[in-house]
Design a protein around this ligand. Sequence first.
Ligand code: FEO
Ligand code: CA
Ligand code: CA
Ligand code: CA
Length: 663
Amino acid sequence: MAGHTHGSRSAVTCHLRCGDACFQPVPNTTETSYFRDIASSVLSRRSVVGTGLAVGALTALPVAQAAAAPRAGSGSRGPGNAGRLPFSPIAPVPATVDDVTVPAGYRWDTILRWGDPILAGAPGFDATNQTPEAQAGQFGYNNDYLDIIETNRAGTTALLVCNHEYTNEGIMFPPGTDPETVIRTAWAAHGMSVVELTRRTRGDVWTYLPGARLNRRVTLDTPFAVDGPAAGSDLLRTKSDPTGRRVLGTLNNCAGGTTPWGTVLSGEENFNQYFLAAGTDPKETRYGLSSRGDSRNWRSLDPRFDATTDDHRNEPNRFGWIVELDPSDPTSTPVKHTAMGRFKHEGATIVVNRDGHVVAYMGDDERFDYVYRFVSREKMRPGSSAKARRHNLRLLSEGDLSVARFTGDGLEDGVSDGAGEWLPLTRDGRSMVPGFTIEEVLVHTRLAADVVQPTRMDRPEDVEPNLRNGRVYVACTNNTDRGKIGKEGPTEANPRPLNKDGHVVEMIPTRGDHTADTFAWNLFLICGDEASAGRYFGGWDGPVSPISCPDNVAFDSVGNLWVSTDGQPSAITLDDGLFKVPVEGPERGHVQQFLAVPAGAETCGPVIRDREDSVFVAVQHPGEDGSWDAPQSRFPDYVPAGSGAGAGQFAGPRPSVVQVTRA
Ligand code: FEO
Ligand code: CA
Ligand code: CA
Ligand code: CA
């Protein structure tokens, strides 16, 4: 969750110093190989097969591992490149501004808002008359991960997939709402949404289709299957589920990733906050489970949220996973993948290695926690045949989990000494950690990882491969504890004490092989405004937009890094935003702000469709520190104060998905 537990070095521009990894051919580098596009092909094919829609026969896009790397420098496109989102950076926006700010020549539109009806028969949003039944058919709260996967060749239909991280009852419900309504509505406001979109032509603003066939809500009532080596383990069994293989719901879904076989991954992050626990065992305390938790008091209506009882002691073990959802089949059972480990998963992003194995990169978003990697046992089968798809839907069920150690200094000083290694936790279905069974490694992953001594990072959020240059970008959002008395001080990969602004690490797999045991790495960005000590921007020494608390990352079609932030108001007195940063060529490190989100909001789920001059973001928790009676944001409808709070007249904020297009 967005910190809601709420919680200049001069350098030679020498980023191509990283030894043999730099100029090797890397997988997945063509403009058309983005997994969203491959997923689109798969889903388009499925829509043909499934519905008989006359969209024509489709050939699956090539699986990308055959592509050759572009020359370094080709990824840098500055302002003035028509059709590539040319823009002049916006000026920093004060944190009091309650608006979406976009560059000159652009406009923004809202596609979906909290409470918009999705399922057939769902009522329109009425803030003063919320019910669990209504919410279960409506778009959930606090949208985070977002993707928009086109489902026909013309690009005029798509599936929007989004998750809903957490609820903020103080601004969602009128004072005096009965507690049971609040709790049960909150259960329905968590989870995920799948929504069909339509538009006239490429580049238009999307419109969502209420009641469409594939629309779906996943809530706390939705059954999930548990798979992988820990499925059925004693550690996952409860009185309600003696099999340890079936869990109701998903919680605190943060970032995610889209797979080339057309599914969406989502990370269960700060699940601890929903449970009461004894909090005396390291298996609980290492995950933040405590006797002070569960401010929402969900256990008053469902005893499984009271993990102090023998019946439900294992219930928290059933959260903290990567979940996988097939948005093309509203009857499919989503899956929790135990092979990918249990921690406070920010998300998981996929790359298909050149040998066909699927590699997932994952961050554990906690101060001093780790970066992980999963390598599938099986190889991906290209294409959209039913047989290939059945195979690929099992890829994340078996594989090897490892955790990262960063050594060397990573400074871009012309010396190649940023070295790293992947420390194995599981291999070939066996534990690699002394004293831990494989089930224990996968369920108590943080404790197992502690044994092998990985690098304690500054809250790793998105960890995402750039398919254009084969490097992996790690957003370390912040860690104000680093260097405090009694806490670990600066280290090579986390060089700044009291790191309130965060940084971005660039990992370079050895020989371009995402399954290699080693990697090189650079400190790419050390974020901040002009007052921040130790700022560094990839060697760029010109002006930059101030940037603090990198959270989600994305890439455009030519490989520029886009970073969304989750920092205000504690880290920087500016509205959070979305920033473009070239990673190659003379503009490497040139941070340019594209948009800012309204007061109190975090910028989530960036989707960059630069070939269509469109950018999408999920605006999460606008006005989060306000109240029902004193809202701090009125985004996105800006209903005039005093006009009442009836249907369509809610004066408070609504987390929403926004599309930005060229005006
Ligand atoms: Fe939910 Fe790590 O941000
Ligand atoms: Ca965050
Ligand atoms: Ca160095
Ligand atoms: Ca996040």
